[in-house]
Design a protein around this ligand. Structure first.
Ligand code: ATP
Length: 254
């Protein structure tokens, strides 16, 4: 579904992503792990058009998307969540979804704010999509609550709903279970399984090893920007290079 070839991103002298080639397989849960600063978020930023690669290529369903902007990538069917979801706290959850949908699919805020005629025409479809996405993530009951009043776990679900509202085929989840308790982590893992069961492909970054090991079909490991291993959870767990990369870092156990 997604083919990445020799992808490199340099920030000055630092290669945050260094010559990484990988594939994201359709209909599966593809995970990316690695110590802090390994280049995982940068990798997502490259795929989703937030950063331009220094070199290398990205192809999505046979189409070259290497140099597209994030709104163009979103319209082609790749959406993402961020480690931290910024919501308008004084607006309702539903209104956040409606605005978030537009910010993701238009080229800029000016376009969102001043293209009011088109916005009105699209309003109904957009509202329906937002409601569908809220229903899917199990948050219909809080559609009219202020975003500032919802829990961290509900914010995570809103992030999923934002990603789903653009009708993606591939969803990139950046630490979907960051900052939530073990029960809530389980609930979010179930939601990710439900996404795949409904036909989506998922690629996720996560530090919670228990979750990754039970959820992922395939894992890629980054360390200092380089891919050091790729395989099933069992293969990754037994890989000496992976164990070395994690020793001495904050993650004692793989
Ligand atoms: N916009 C940027 N400008 C300069 N350096 C950056 C930028 N974004 C990331 N980096 C650097 O690139 C390296 C990889 O960072 P990245 O955030 O991709 O790692 P990560 O694996 O996602 O880390 P974490 O697990 O802590 O989120 C780090 O050394 C980081 O400081």
């Amino acid at each position: 579904m997604l083919e990445i070839r020799h992808l490199t991103k340099r920030f000055g002298g630092l290669a945050a992503v260094n010559d990484v080639s990988a594939t994201v397989e359709r209909g599966r849960i593809n995970a990316i792990i690695g110590p802090n600063g390994a280049g995982k978020t940068t990798f997502f930023n490259l795929i989703s058009g937030v950063h331009r690669p220094t070199s290398g290529s990205i192809s999505f369903e046979g189409q070259d998307v290497t140099h597209l902007r994030s709104d163009q990538v979103a319209r082609l069917g790749i959406s993402r969540t961020f480690q931290t979801t910024t919501l308008f706290d004084m607006a309702t959850v539903l209104d956040n979804l409606i605005v978030g949908h537009r910010l993701r699919t238009r080229s800029g805020l000016v376009d969102v704010l001043f293209n009011s005629r088109r916005l009105r025409e699209e309003e109904r479809t957009c509202r329906e999509k937002a409601r569908e996405a809220l229903d899917f993530v199990g948050l219909s009951h809080i559609a009219h609550r202020l975003a500032g009043d919802i829990s961290q776990e509900e914010r995570k679900r809103v992030a999923f709903a934002l990603a789903l509202s653009t009708d993606p085929r591939l969803v990139l989840l950046d630490e979907p279970a960051g900052g939530v308790n073990p029960d809530e982590t389980q609930g979010l893992a179930d939601l990710i399984r439900k996404m795949v069961a409904s036909g989506l492909t998922v690629c996720l970054i996560e530090h919670k090893m228990d979750m990754i090991m039970s959820l992922a079909d395939k894992i890629m490991v980054l360390n200092y920007g380089e891919k050091i291993a790729e395989g099933s959870p069992a293969e990754i767990r037994a890989n000496p290079a992976v164990i070395d990369a994690y020793l001495g870092s904050e993650h004692a156990e793989v």
